[in-house]
Design a protein around this ligand. Structure first.
Ligand SMILES: NC(=O)c1ccc[n+]([C@@H]2O[C@H](COP(=O)([O-])OP(=O)(O)OC[C@H]3O[C@@H](n4cnc5c(N)ncnc54)[C@H](OP(=O)(O)O)[C@@H]3O)[C@@H](O)[C@H]2O)c1
Length: 277
């Protein structure tokens, strides 16, 4: 990770180390009100794909044509800043199938082991907790998550008396029920705030992201754009679902150019902060 990136914005253009970049930035603005700060991160191609279609039909996964270790380092650094991660039920199914991009626990590769020490130095537990959005409850929670000392929440609208809900209640996870057809973003964040969470990092895909965006509770997006076209109109982008009733506006907070991904193709790392109205 020794090759430098270039900070393009704010100007002037300045070479900077990639490793440690998202550990050192002020994540939450200093004048932040007493509510959680919700952020998310995606890596996408220039044509906006965050994954490519894969078997069986209707499924997708993040291929190495998009994913890369330099972006992955920054993903891990953002996770190191978090009290809790938000993910999808589908992510747990991908984990079980061995096709997930990210594995939890975090920092289990030597290249990221320093982040454990970093969390310790901040007085944080080794691993952030996890909240899973799932209506189907067709999920298995990896026992390892509890072994790592995490608290795990499942946020769902499923019937509490359903066999799936009763099965999950046998685990150490907290099953939290919400009314409606899907879990609302505002209610979910309010619930997590009531449990004391302040830095909430969504690692979910386009529907979890839509849940947060549609409710207006998303604060910041970190977006890596790999300088590559991949096609595949069936593949997801960062936001899937109905048109937002109120578009969300963002201001560019930072932009870095990395010339070293994928053997020199390059990528940009952008941070967008939602304009709070
Ligand atoms: N490139 C990247 O940075 C990046 C990042 C994340 C994901 N991805 C990829 O994108 C693709 C899609 O990801 P994904 O399926 O994990 O993400 P997703 O589209 O956000 O998640 C869909 C699943 O999450 C649950 N869900 C989402 N919103 C919900 C709500 N409001 N209430 C209740 N449940 C809700 C549902 O689970 P149930 O079906 O269990 O009800 C749903 O099936 C995958 O290929 C993934 O690998 C790429």
């Amino acid at each position: 990770m020794s090759k430098e990136i270039i900070q393009l914005f704010p100007a002037p253009a300045t070479p900077i180390e990639l490793q440690g970049l998202y550990l050192s930035i002020p994540l939450v603005p200093s004048d932040w009100p007493d509510r959680p700060f919700v952020y998310s991160n995606f890596v996408a191609s220039i044509d906006g794909r965050i994954a490519m279609s894969s078997a069986p039909p209707g499924r997708s996964r993040v291929p190495d044509t998009i994913a890369n270790p330099r972006d992955w380092r920054l993903f891990q650094e953002l996770a190191a800043r978090a009290d809790i991660l938000l993910c999808s039920g589908n992510y747990l199914r991908e984990l079980e199938a061995g096709t997930a991009q990210a594995e939890l626990p975090l920092y289990n590769q030597p290249a990221h082991a320093d982040l454990l020490g970093w969390r310790r130095a901040q007085g944080l537990p080794p691993q952030p907790d996890v909240a899973v959005f799932s209506n189907s409850l067709n999920i298995e929670i990896p026992p390892r998550w509890f072994d790592d000392g995490r608290r795990v929440f499942v946020l769902t609208t499923a019937d509490p008396a359903s066999p799936a809900a009763m099965r999950l209640r046998q685990t150490d996870a907290t099953i939290q029920y919400f009314p409606g057809a899907t879990v609302g973003g505002a209610a979910a964040i309010e619930f997590l705030a009531s449990r004391g969470y302040r830095r909430i990092y969504s690692i979910g895909g386009p529907y979890v992201f839509h849940t947060l965006a549609a409710a207006g509770v998303l604060d910041t997006l970190f977006l890596t754009t790999v300088h590559r076209l991949v096609g595949d109109s069936a593949a997801p982008g960062i936001l899937e679902g109905a048109a937002l009733s109120i578009p969300l506006d963002f201001q560019l907070r930072s932009l870095y150019y990395d010339a070293h991904s994928h053997g020199g193709i390059g990528q940009t790392f952008a941070r967008y902060d939602r304009i709070q109205r």
